[in-house]
Design a protein around this ligand. Sequence first.
Ligand SMILES: [Zn+2]
Length: 192
Amino acid sequence: MARSVGRLHVIAGCMSSGKTGELIRLLSRHSVTGDTMVIYKHSVDSRDGCKARSRLGTEMEALVVSSPAEIDGSGCRVVAIEEAQFFGGELAPVVQQLLADGKLVYVTGLNQDFRGEPFGVMPTLMALADELTLLTAICQKCHGVATRTQRVIDGKPAPWSSPLILVGGADYYEARCPDCHEVPGRPGPGGA
Ligand SMILES: [Zn+2]
């Protein structure tokens, strides 16, 4: 019998684009065939504790981990990784090992950071993907099609110079279209 290589399906998109809902929909298909599965989420994403929870109200159990080294697939055929942008570059070789081991791997994450730049390991994973789903949201300002994630601090657009990942801060995030996405202090072309 031919060696079975895994497959990678990346679900990318901005804030509020329904990535977790889409992940749960895709994973629920595997329950029909009884495939064993595990979902990993990063400890930075402390919302909802040990659950992957969607805006639709669907949820699944998840293992909370703080580094890619803790992602071993746990003997499961299907391995899902939530919010991949938090894991850093070491996630890519871990995913490649899971694929070499024949796993069906699903990854969700923000493809762009709050500045509108490629976010961490996500562009690499998107390039490695066998399947790619790019989701959009609704712009919270103009109700157009949102593809960007707006960071807001103290009610104002966060400046370019604020750190890439803020933990436990007074920041929050909104889905925005490219026209409504604001990054004060952006250097170079398009800067304001
Ligand atoms: Zn807009």
